[in-house]
Design a protein around this ligand. Structure first.
Ligand code: CUA
Length: 350
């Protein structure tokens, strides 16, 4: 039976996909390996089409041969077919049969070999030589969200965010992947293939986005109850736009400018929020949950599940597990005034 929470979840997921996010694309485009937005995914989709057409042609040929064989036996009638099966094969039919099978085996091996070469060529093109000037981003998989850290040689310049990745077009990006708990798999189909995040085994992957767009990523390895809702927003944008985004994200958020916002900040640092979250410039420095320094700048909340609106944010704070059963964030008891003040404050964190 579907609970009301599940029904709400379904309708909200639906609304997220139709709310104008992802640059007006349909779900078949913003999360699709067949709609490449990077050099790597373009190679992969090329290989995909080669496999598709080769196997389709073989399937069609096999179907046609089968059809002809059936048709021939129907024309001959059941008795003739029976006779042919039980008759001793002549030297001529045996030689002919052997030749046909030999030729088909050779063709099969050649086709498999050609596909293998295509696979190697694609693999080679994707795993190109590392670029020392690449933009390095560290991704840590958690149940069920993504921690995102923009690396920098200067520790003060390191920026941490969650569930939303921005990259500049035309620049090589190096992703360093690790997991904080179980095995996850990082997959933004429009950008690259999957890459597993295995605890204790950091992995690296490279890509270069080649056109602007907002795409959706999805954890691609079953990792527990909310695996299906472990998503992320991926934004590829021109260099200038990216630089200004990164510069804003690196700064501490603006000081609260109204009384409700100030009260909201007090609520945040005195309630249980500080046990798990960080907001730069405050005493909230915990790293168990997503960094909320610029929460208001993000498009979605709940790891790509819900649009970042006041209503969903309120629902999430009061009882996140009603929206995402299994989530580790506990419910929060707040008076309505405190809740509104907290929302005012969070919404100011651009
Ligand atoms: Cu993380 Cu599936």
């Amino acid at each position: 039976m579907l609970s009301s929470a599940h029904l709400l979840r379904r309708s909200t997921i639906h609304s997220a996909e139709n709310s104008g996010l992802y640059s007006g694309m349909t779900a078949g485009e913003f999360q699709s390996a067949l709609n490449p937005a990077a050099a790597e995914s373009a190679h992969i989709v090329h290989l995909w089409w080669i496999f598709f057409w080769v196997t389709l042609v073989i399937f069609a040929l096999v179907a046609v041969c089968l059809f002809i064989a059936i048709l021939r036996n129907i024309r001959r009638g059941p008795d003739d077919a029976q006779l042919e099966i039980f008759a001793e094969p002549t030297q001529a039919t045996e030689t002919r049969g052997r030749n046909v099978v030999s030729v088909l085996v050779i063709i099969t091996v050649l086709i498999l070999f050609a596909l293998l070469i295509a696979d190697f060529v694609t693999g080679n093109a994707i795993y190109a030589t590392p670029d020392p000037n690449a933009l390095a981003i560290k991704i840590t998989g958690h149940q069920w969200w993504w921690e995102v850290e923009y690396k920098d040689p200067q520790p003060s310049e390191i920026m941490t965010t969650a569930n939303e990745i921005h990259v500049p077009i035309g620049k090589t990006v190096k992703l360093e992947l690790q997991s904080a708990d179980v095995i996850h798999s990082f997959w933004v189909p429009n950008i690259h293939g999957k890459k597993d995040l295995v605890p204790g085994h950091p992995a690296t992957t490279w890509f270069t986005a080649n056109r602007a767009g907002e795409f959706r990523g999805q954890c691609a390895e079953y990792c527990g109850e909310e695996h299906a809702l472990m998503r992320l927003v991926f934004v590829a944008e021109p260099e200038e736009q990216f630089s200004s985004w990164l510069a804003t994200q690196k700064k501490s958020p603006r000081e609260p400018s109204t009384d409700p916002q100030r009260r909201g900040r007090d609520v945040f640092v005195s309630a249980q929020c500080v046990m798990c979250h960080t907001i730069q410039g405050t005493k909230a420095r915990a790293t168990l949950g997503p960094d909320l320094t610029h929460i208001a700048s993000r498009k979605m909340i709940g790891a790509g599940e819900l649009p970042n609106t006041r209503g969903y944010l309120a629902g999430w704070i009061l009882n996140a597990s009603a929206l995402k059963p299994g989530v580790h964030m506990p419910p929060t008891q707040l008076s309505s005034d405190d809740l509104n003040a907290l929302l005012d404050y969070l919404e100011s964190l651009k």
